[in-house]
Design a protein. Structure first.
Length: 163
């Protein structure tokens, strides 16, 4: 009977993982973490980026494997035009949960924007008679065909504008 109970507990624990439960749920008994998370969500939703960032960083220190915390930090960094930090945060979210399609999407958007910016810099620093000039122009035209949206999927930059 003890073995059956242990198997049932193991099955319940695995079931919790399978349904995408967040490590945040493990801290439901910690009033500090719950309060910080609630305040972070309110700041995030109200657009108080500085406060939300500070609170999510605090959560990330307490719960380094919480994918949603890292995802939200990535969004905050992306909105603040801090692409390297955004990419790092999305990668941390993916380390915590590699099936997080939103994090994969946002990481790819950030990387595309970085590629576009790098190609624009290359274009600006090449002379038209350079053998690389035509290739860079071709890549830029291809990148401009891709609709780049912000991490929340709301605004796309106009074609030909800098990300």
């Amino acid at each position: 009977m003890r073995l059956g109970g242990a198997a049932l507990l193991a099955a319940l624990a695995l079931g919790g993982c399978a349904n995408g439960s967040s490590p945040m749920q493990m801290f439901d008994g910690d009033p500090d973490v719950v309060t910080i998370n609630r305040e972070a969500e309110l700041a995030y939703e109200s657009g108080d980026a500085a406060k939300a960032e500070a609170l999510y960083k605090s959560l990330a220190r307490r719960m380094p494997n919480d994918a949603e915390t890292w995802f939200r930090l990535g969004n905050l960094y992306a909105r603040a035009n801090r692409p390297d930090e955004a990419a790092n945060a999305y990668q941390r979210a993916l380390i915590a949960n590699n099936t997080n399609a939103r994090a994969w999407h946002n990481l790819s958007v950030i990387r595309l924007r970085q590629a576009w910016a790098a190609m624009l810099q290359a274009h600006d620093n090449l002379k038209p008679d350079s053998p690389l000039y035509a290739e860079v122009e071709t890549v830029l035209k291809q990148l401009e065909q891709i609709r780049l949206v912000d991490p929340d999927g709301k605004n796309a930059p106009a074609p030909g504008t800098r990300p």
